[in-house]
Design a protein around this ligand. Structure first.
Ligand code: NAD
Length: 254
């Protein structure tokens, strides 16, 4: 028996055109899952990668800031389930960061980040949980947290607020959904080389300071998410719920 096998499962992954979402979509496909992506730019590269390992890939184009209200998010999940026939896994990955000094921080940079990083996570999870319950299948929800679920960060107040909330939301969803055989966990990536950290990596001083502090001695990569996401999406983790797993090359251990 391979307890990490996801054959026959359908995963919804938000924001999978690039970066960590792409890495996780491909990881889930390698383990046997079909993938439906939701995002605001098309994902042809991810489609090719998922199909090259023999899995189906479908996509719904939607902006999760403009559509962060409950009705729109519910309709997106319903559409996804209609396309794929079922849903077994939700990965709430789409997220943004806005950098601005605290004293100047704008309301727009607060509202946009909270809308996608926090509110969309809750209402997409709610909608998917209803399908898991209707299917009587149980299911898996994996949220993407951050080192700033644990730490304060600098110049990113809305991001820190939203990612700290993601850790709490993960616990709250887990306690209410466990009775339906739905496990809810989060992955807190460390410092990963994606668009999200481009500005940090371009700043020589910050780049060195961050690298010097990572025990693994390198930035993380999208592929580093594939083992952890497969574990949390599979029956291997059926008694793990409400937990935020750091995938950080030792950053928090230091
Ligand atoms: P990224 O910027 O490459 O990816 C973000 C994803 O979200 C993209 O697919 C993008 O298209 C999607 N997205 C952005 N705005 C959207 C919108 N309005 N509507 C729909 N989709 C939208 O960065 P990433 O590093 O791959 O980020 C993925 C997740 O990981 C995010 O939640 C991020 O906060 C989190 N994270 C990243 C790091 C890191 O070091 N890179 C660390 C911790 C957490």
């Amino acid at each position: 028996m391979n307890m990490f096998d996801l054959s026959g499962k359908v995963a919804i992954v938000t924001g999978c055109d690039t970066g960590l979402g792409q890495g996780m979509a491909v990881g889930l496909a390698k383990a046997g899952a079909d993938v439906l992506g939701i995002g605001y730019v098309d994902a042809p590269e991810t489609k090719e990668m998922v199909e090259s390992v023999g899995r189906r890939f479908e996509y719904i184009n939607a902006n999760l800031i403009a559509n962060s209200n409950k009705q729109a998010l519910t309709e997106l999940v319903d559409q996804a389930v209609e396309k794929m026939g079922r849903v077994d896994i939700l990965v709430n990955n789409a997220g943004i960061i806005r950098r601005e000094d605290l004293l100047d921080f704008s309301e727009e940079n607060w509202d946009d980040v909270i809308a996608i990083n926090q509110k969309a996570v809750v209402f997409l999870s709610q909608a998917v949980a209803k399908h898991f319950i209707a299917q009587q299948s149980g299911g898996k929800i994996i949220n993407i947290a951050s080192m700033l679920s644990f730490q304060g960060g600098i110049r990113v107040i809305s991001y820190t607020a939203s990612k700290s909330a993601v850790m709490g939301i993960t616990r709250a969803l887990a306690t209410e959904l466990s009775g339906h055989n739905i496990q809810v966990n989060a992955i807190a990536p460390g410092y990963m080389a994606t668009n999200n950290t481009e500005a940090l990596r371009a700043d020589e001083e910050r780049n060195k300071a961050i690298l010097d502090r990572i025990p693994a001695g390198r930035w993380g990569r999208p592929e580093d998410m594939q083992g952890p996401i497969t574990f949390l999406a599979s029956e291997a983790s059926n008694y793990v719920t409400g937990y935020t797993l750091a995938v950080d090359g030792g950053w928090l251990a230091r």
